[in-house]
Ligand binder design. Sequence first.
Ligand SMILES: NC(=O)c1ccc[n+]([C@@H]2O[C@H](COP(=O)([O-])OP(=O)(O)OC[C@H]3O[C@@H](n4cnc5c(N)ncnc54)[C@H](O)[C@@H]3O)[C@@H](O)[C@H]2O)c1
Length: 379
Amino acid sequence: MKNINIGVIGCGFMGRTHSNAFGKVSQFFDLPYRPVLKTICARNADRARAFATQWGYESAETDWRRLVASPEIDLIDIASPNDTHAEIAVAAAQAGKMVLCEKPLGRTPAESQAMVDAVESAGVANMVWYNYRRVPAVMLAKQLIDEGKLGKIFHYRSVFLQDWTISSDLPQGGEGLWRLDASVAGSGVTGDLLAHNIDTAMWLNGAMYEVTAMTETFIKSRKHNLTGKQEPVLIDDACAFLARFENGSLATFEASRYARGHKALYTLEINGENASIIWDLQDLHRLQYFDHRDEGRLRGWRSIHVTDGDQPYMKHWWVPGLQIGYEHTFIHQVADFLTGLGEHHNASPTFREAMRTDNVTAAVLQSAASRSWEKVAAC
Ligand SMILES: NC(=O)c1ccc[n+]([C@@H]2O[C@H](COP(=O)([O-])OP(=O)(O)OC[C@H]3O[C@@H](n4cnc5c(N)ncnc54)[C@H](O)[C@@H]3O)[C@@H](O)[C@H]2O)c1
């Protein structure tokens, strides 16, 4: 087993999930490579050092450019806000490093394209952290669809609902609140939340080619943490859109941070001619499955507890019946990446695949502005 020296940029929410994944993956999966937590990078030196101690990094760094230039680092992992993704990814690829990046890839299709071009012309391994694909129950849904169990698919519907920005006293900008600042985030719920729904949807059900959307910004101005001034809010607080898939199915998507009572309600439902499936992040180890071909007297929704050794990823964990959680999706993603590396292919989604999601979110925002159907750009 060869070592891969990891440099992670950002020690917030995703810095923690990624560090946990790199640190644990070799204990649960037999892999051709072993990630070594070499260096954590954050702008504040004390914070970076404290994080390094807590998570077992060998060193801490405050300048991502020095990290990217370091000959000791094999892989750059970008877990910092969206406005940093393109610059870091392009520099890392040009320095010949493998690059993992958080979603969304770029703030705009132009940034995403530059990132795709950089990793592809450098020929470096790359992947984007659309971790919900690696929930065992979602992977089981993928298997059922690919085996044709649902038959022709008619409908895809999916929501991602939260309620944390309802207060008008909540400021925008800076640590944690950069999501409300369009110059950093790129967009609001469309790029932050719906990007997940869209990635999973296209992975399960193929490409979307046109969309029509509406967005709203409920609170038009907020104090900005970095300037101290009241400034306009330019992100979308809520978004709903309709889409058409190339396989002929219709979709509805909705995301909001104003859905009182919902903290992270990510659900998806797919209706096919033979069967339907439902998945809910807050019950993530279950897949609801209805098969019309079952004997009539017994026909009904099954609630499949996805914890058995013959279900996706589960043989690597405890014993049948014991479920796993959110953080494991990141461990699975690292395991798939390292397996792919051993077999000389990129694990999905690559930068190019993730750019398809960015093209959909761009078409959604364009449609909300134009109030008409918009085509999704090809990738
Ligand atoms: N896959 C998922 O489910 C998921 C969930 C949350 C966030 N994300 C994505 O992960 C990224 C980070 O989000 P988060 O929630 O972890 O944010 P966060 O605010 O919790 O953490 C961001 C970290 O990046 C650091 N940072 C900012 N600029 C930096 C720079 N120039 N150099 C080094 N460090 C810098 C900040 O100090 C902070 O530690 C975003 O792109 C976000 O969209 C993905």
